[in-house]
Design a protein around this ligand. Structure first.
Ligand SMILES: *[C@@H]1O[C@H](CO)[C@@H](O)[C@H](O)[C@H]1NC(C)=O
Ligand SMILES: *[C@@H]1O[C@H](CO)[C@@H](O)[C@H](O)[C@H]1NC(C)=O
Ligand SMILES: *[C@@H]1O[C@H](CO)[C@@H](O)[C@H](O)[C@H]1NC(C)=O
Ligand SMILES: *[C@@H]1O[C@H](CO)[C@@H](O)[C@H](O)[C@H]1NC(C)=O
Ligand SMILES: *[C@@H]1O[C@H](CO)[C@@H](O)[C@H](O)[C@H]1NC(C)=O
Ligand SMILES: *[C@@H]1O[C@H](CO)[C@@H](O)[C@H](O)[C@H]1NC(C)=O
Ligand SMILES: *[C@@H]1O[C@H](CO)[C@@H](O)[C@H](O)[C@H]1NC(C)=O
Ligand SMILES: *[C@@H]1O[C@H](CO)[C@@H](O)[C@H](O)[C@H]1NC(C)=O
Length: 368
């Protein structure tokens, strides 16, 4: 089922968007200081938006430094226009009523054809585009109807990603428009040898045709489907390692959509090869449009919380480990707004702004 050379599929999204360390960096063994308590997705300490989507509770000052993860809500997102998308995540204030998505990086457009389509753009200078959902899901079924890129080295992706790097992927290297690849990671690691990367073949042109790609992530099994047909199933019980730790994605995750340049000199050779070679910036499609693109028609979300949240529940909150290596996740009614009343910053309001601006500039110049 799994051709040997493909067993080694890298957690490429993680590494590609990881940026370089300039501001105070953080990780699990080196958490953030009180002055800048939140460890961003990219591993930098800060305040304000650093405490929102992607903030890693295990690498922050304390488990409750990050804002809680906004709770899942069933939705069928369409893209008649881009009014539900905040074009720069730096300015997000946590209001999930106002925006369904934020742009973490890059450029979006709306084609305004057939009822509207979200276009994610890649240019030689923008480094690719990525959007994240403002809400999280803690298990659930997500279907994206999309058209991929068709250019070697250009990768289209639809994934779920938690703040501690549990990850479930659909990825489409552009050189193969009849294939989709599936993958999953536990806290940034490949769970067990041989369980990662799988390739689904024989799709009708993924550039020319919309297909429904589904991630059905439930506590006991993860299934991937195309146009409603299951193509791969992973059982939670198969992801238990010899020491008894379940290496199965189990923390609240954002939905991310992206188009990114894997075929560039900065990528490891294995990633370039996996993606179908170096990007040809003289491709006639690129020259005529001025960008590469991928199109998203809709994203539907059916939440799969093992217990339904009560009416006042706003969010998911991390707690201490329930078992070795697995933090607990509980419902919470705390605010998810940056400026809302909450337990996160007791004092030092003026300091916050300054740290955020300096850290934000550093972060922006190296990542965004
Ligand atoms: C954590 O960060 C410290 C300081 O930057 C670094 O020395 C260490 O290697 C990092 N650890 C991991 C696991 O990345
Ligand atoms: C989304 O669409 C599906 C299929 O049409 C429907 O069953 C479901 O109720 C919709 N969900 C929401 C939140 O509108
Ligand atoms: C959040 O956004 C909604 C919709 O735009 C708005 O009505 C509401 O006042 C906002 N809430 C806050 C606290 O800003
Ligand atoms: C988002 O805003 C920041 C701060 O103004 C800026 O540095 C960054 O380039 C912007 N990002 C995008 C994708 O426009
Ligand atoms: C989108 O297309 C519709 C009909 O095709 C047109 O009426 C509308 O003005 C267009 N909107 C934009 C923003 O181009
Ligand atoms: C929800 O909030 C209202 C008003 O704050 C309160 O009266 C009610 O008891 C709360 N319900 C739950 C289930 O927490
Ligand atoms: C959970 O356990 C792992 C391994 O012992 C440890 O590295 C991690 O810091 C713990 N996390 C929490 C939130 O206690
Ligand atoms: C929030 O939850 C706590 C218990 O965890 C409860 O005492 C409080 O009344 C709740 N607040 C609201 C507004 O529901």
């Amino acid at each position: 089922m799994l051709p040997t050379p493909l067993v080694v599929i890298f957690p490429v999204l993680l590494t590609f968007f990881a940026g370089s360390a300039q501001a105070t960096s953080c990780n699990i063994t080196n958490p953030c200081p009180a002055s800048a308590p939140c460890c961003s997705e990219f591993g930098f300490c800060g305040t304000d938006h650093f405490c929102l989507g992607g903030c890693n509770p295990l690498a922050s000052k304390s488990l409750d430094s990050c804002r809680n993860n906004p709770v899942c809500k069933d939705a069928n997102h369409t893209f008649a226009d881009n009014s539900r998308i905040l074009s720069n995540s730096t300015f997000f204030d946590g209001n999930v009523t106002e925006y369904d998505w934020v742009v973490d990086k890059g450029t979006i457009m709306n084609t305004n054809s057939s009822g509207g389509e979200l276009a994610m753009l890649l240019t030689e200078t923008n480094g690719g585009t990525r959007l994240s959902s403002t809400r999280y899901l803690h298990y659930g079924t997500v279907t994206a109807k999309l058209k991929t890129g068709r250019w070697g080295g250009v990768v289209t992706a639809f994934i779920t990603m938690s703040d501690i790097k549990d990850e479930i992927d659909w990825e489409f290297p552009g050189a193969a428009t009849t294939e989709g690849q599936t993958n999953y990671f536990w806290q940034g690691y490949i769970p067990t040898v041989g369980t990662n990367g799988d390739i689904e073949k024989g799709l009708s042109d993924t550039f020319g045709n919309y297909h429904d790609y589904t991630i059905d992530w439930q506590p006991k099994a993860l299934t991937f489907s195309i146009d409603g047909k299951v193509v791969r199933t992973i059982k939670q019980s198969d992801a238990i390692d010899p020491s008894g730790v379940s290496r199965y994605p189990n923390t609240p995750s954002r939905i991310q959509l992206s188009l990114w340049p894997a075929g560039i000199p900065a990528s490891p050779p294995g990633t370039v090869e996996w993606a179908g070679g170096m990007i040809n910036w003289k491709d006639p499609d690129y020259l005529s449009a001025g960008h590469f693109y991928a199109l998203v028609k809709s994203v539907s979300i059916k939440c799969g919380d093992p217990e339904a949240p009560g009416a006042n529940i706003t969010s998911y909150k991390y707690g201490k480990n329930t078992t070795a290596e697995t933090p607990s996740v509980a419902f919470s009614n705390q605010t998810v707004l940056l400026n809302g009343a909450g337990p996160i910053f007791g004092s030092g309001m003026q300091f916050r702004g300054a740290v955020a601006i300096v850290a934000g500039l550093l972060l922006a110049s190296h990542i965004l």
